[in-house]
Design a protein around this ligand. Structure first.
Ligand code: PNS
Length: 175
């Protein structure tokens, strides 16, 4: 592979995750990642074993809404091995956010496993802004269900979709 092709490939990165739903922490990583990479492919995990609140199509469409103005992002649902997905899409870099020490063990294991599966794929860790280092999709859902305020935690579109989803799933919550 020529040096130029190598460089071109490294400018495209995959940012994988469950994104159930996308939070401002994820948005921060994508926006800052776009200062380093020319193009970010947001890969939404379609995992039949997990029971997400939002379907893969809903999660993809929510992220597309959030990044509607950002032409250098692409949002795709994926299943199977991440390294295979990255290779198929000509990306050599996988971006992962590291929030706290508690993330480290899982991320370290995953990065090393991906390296074993395909040594050509590099994992690129980014720390989210300090104001998002406590934030997770799981907490967002819990706060919402318990009537807490999601201001600054998720994009407005996501809060609206949460309201619609919980109205359908839990009409008794009176949202
Ligand atoms: O946001 P998440 O749920 O922490 O993201 C996890 C994700 C999607 C990055 C991870 O589950 C994944 O890569 N799944 C694809 C399957 C795979 O490649 N497994 C081997 C690497 S451990």
């Amino acid at each position: 592979m020529s040096e130029t092709t190598h460089r071109q490939k490294s400018r495209k990165a995959v940012y994988p995750g469950s994104f159930d739903p996308i939070t401002n922490g994820h948005v921060d990583i994508i926006k800052r990642g776009l200062k380093i990479f020319d193009r970010i492919l947001v890969a939404v995990l379609q995992n039949p074993k997990k029971e997400p609140l939002f379907t893969a199509d809903e999660r993809v469409s929510m992220i597309q809404d959030v990044f509607a103005e950002q032409k250098n992002t692409e949002i795709i649902a994926f299943h199977g091995l991440l390294v295979e997905f990255a290779k198929k899409n000509d990306a050599r870099v996988v971006i992962r956010g590291l929030r706290a020490i508690s993330d480290f063990e899982y991320e370290f294991q995953m990065a090393l496993m991906n390296m074993k599966l395909d040594p050509e794929i590099e994992t690129f860790f980014m720390m989210p802004n300090l104001s998002y280092s406590f934030l997770s999709s799981k907490m967002v859902k819990e706060i919402f269900m318990l009537g807490g305020c999601l201001k600054d935690l998720v994009p407005e579109q996501v809060e609206n979709r949460l309201r619609e989803k919980f109205k359908d799933k839990h009409p008794s919550l009176n949202l």
